[in-house]
Design a protein around this ligand. Structure first.
Ligand code: NAP
Ligand code: HSE
Length: 434
């Protein structure tokens, strides 16, 4: 049988999973690809480090150039992570005539246009199923299976580390700082886990999905975002009492464009989701994406979003698709990250409409509630419900749920509330889904 020689750059959590599938299941990948996917070389930083897989003699190298300059390697999976060096490596691989598979959402979110232009110029392809939602085939679904639709909205749990941590915060009442090390040990977290917990990783993945689903080209760094690193356990408990579960969501919603207003609304942040709903029940490091589209209606994808083998599953599927030639067809047709694929403007985030949960810490004295209600009314924000628990301390938490309002009005009202004399800290403001 014909051989297609494969190179890996990176043999850490994901890379060693990919190597294991290629080495242990060569018969399966050969059947699917119609040729043997032969692991020729794997480049790492430190070849002396113990690896999670046994490699044949001569495969491991400490030099990325050994992969780039090997004329027999046809396709390379970039699994090293990071942005600047990874960008140089991918550009060098394309220039050397290799197709590229990557799991690196940070790289695509930062340099998608440059890398895809370079691939088109070199007549090569880039496949990236593993870059969003790990083992969940959301990239193939959005770019191929749903191509008859206009996607209207997309709501995702896109970071396995955060979902894993949030589950523990809800079930065991522990702060995120106590769970992060476990997420790292299990191979879910990024090399810099700050990117998981501050919402960066979710925003990068949302920017990629927004491009595929809506033809928007958002700057991921401009997507309004907050993470679970600032989430207080007090709000987890309050949300639970109100019948909600907090999830880190990335949301993209198409709004009609009229007189320069509207377009694609994007946001990332801890969000109150009705307990018992499918999104609220997504467990551990699982990811989920709810897609609403005009022809098909509502779809719900759920599965392992992080970790070695689920991510390796997506990378190897891309290697097989590349060997078969399927990647080439979609790559040529979709023209991703080119001007031709751009069709939806990104909307002003302050116009985004949502319900909000507000927690205000204030002195327990006459007239406080009236002042807070006044600040909300002044911005046209309507209160849907209100709770105050009796307390022996000098301040009490006041929890309010608003009716739907704009992000801008809610933010201005919170600034007014923060400036009130009896209010002791900046109000907590979280979105409520639906
Ligand atoms: P990792 O465990 O840190 O592995 C990184 C690998 O790249 C290591 O083998 C490392 O070599 C190698 N490497 C890094 N810099 C290098 C350099 N300058 N030269 C040569 N080799 C270099 O990372 P990972 O978790 O596998 O993640 C890899 C990529 O997959 C990232 O883009 C990540 O965002 C993405 N991803 C990860 C997951 C997940 O669940 N972990 C899921 C989806 C996507 P050494 O081993 O010698 O240090
Ligand atoms: N660190 C990422 C996560 C890996 O936890 O979801 C998958 O992209």
């Amino acid at each position: 049988m014909e051989k297609s020689k494969v190179g890996l750059v990176g043999l850490g959590t994901v890379g060693s999973g990919v190597a294991r599938i290629l080495l242990d299941h060569g018969d399966r990948t050969a059947r699917q690809a119609g040729r043997v996917l032969w692991l020729e070389k794997a480049a790492v930083r430190d070849p002396a480090k113990p690896r999670g897989c046994e490699l044949p003699e001569g495969v491991l190298t400490g030099q990325i150039d050994d992969v780039v300059n090997d004329p027999e390697i046809e396709v390379v999976a970039e699994l090293m992570g990071g942005v600047d060096r990874a960008r140089e490596v991918v550009l060098a691989l394309l220039a050397a005539g290799k197709d590229v598979v990557t799991a690196n959402k940070a790289l695509l979110a930062a340099h998608g246009p440059e890398l895809f232009d370079a691939a088109r110029e070199a007549g090569r392809t880039i496949a990236f199923e593993a870059a969003v939602a790990g083992g969940v085939p959301i990239i193939a679904n959005l770019s191929q299976c749903l191509s008859a639709n206009q996607v209207l909205s997309l709501t995702g749990i896109l970071n396995g580390t955060c979902n894993f941590i949030l589950e523990k915060m809800h079930a065991e009442g522990v702060p995120y700082s106590e769970v992060i090390a476990e997420a790292q040990r299990l191979g879910y977290a990024e090399a810099d886990p700050a990117m998981d917990v501050d919402g960066t990783d979710t925003a990068q993945k949302l920017a990629i999905l927004a491009h595929l689903a809506f033809g928007a080209r958002p700057d991921w760094a401009a997507i309004p975002r907050s993470g679970i690193d600032t989430l207080d356990l007090a709000d987890v408990r309050m949300a639970q009492q109100l019948g909600y579960t907090i999830k880190l969501l990335g949301v993209a919603e198409l709004t009609p464009v009229s007189q320069g207003v509207g377009g694609l609304q994007l946001s990332v942040g801890p969000t109150l989701v009705r307990s018992g709903s499918p999104l609220a029940d997504v467990p551990g490091p699982m990811n989920a994406v709810k897609v609403t589209a005009d022809a098909v209606g509502e779809l719900f994808y759920e599965g392992p979003g992080a970790g070695q083998m689920p991510t390796a599953s997506a990378v190897v599927a891309d290697l097989i698709d590349t060997a078969v030639g399927r990647t080439r067809l979609t790559f040529q047709t979709l023209k991703l990250w080119s001007k031709e694929s751009e069709r939806t403007p990104v909307a002003d985030p302050s116009d985004s409409v949502a319900r909000f949960y507000l927690r205000v810490e204030a002195a327990d004295e006459p007239g406080v509630l009236a002042q807070i209600a006044g600040a909300l009314a002044a911005e046209g924000v309507s209160i849907a419900s209100f709770q105050q628990h009796a307390s022996d301390t000098a301040t009490v938490p006041l929890v309010l749920m608003t009716h739907a309002t704009t992000e801008g009005a809610a933010e201005r009202a919170c600034q007014k509330i923060a400036a009130l004399k009896p209010v002791t800290s900046q109000p907590v403001r979280l979105r409520v889904l639906g």
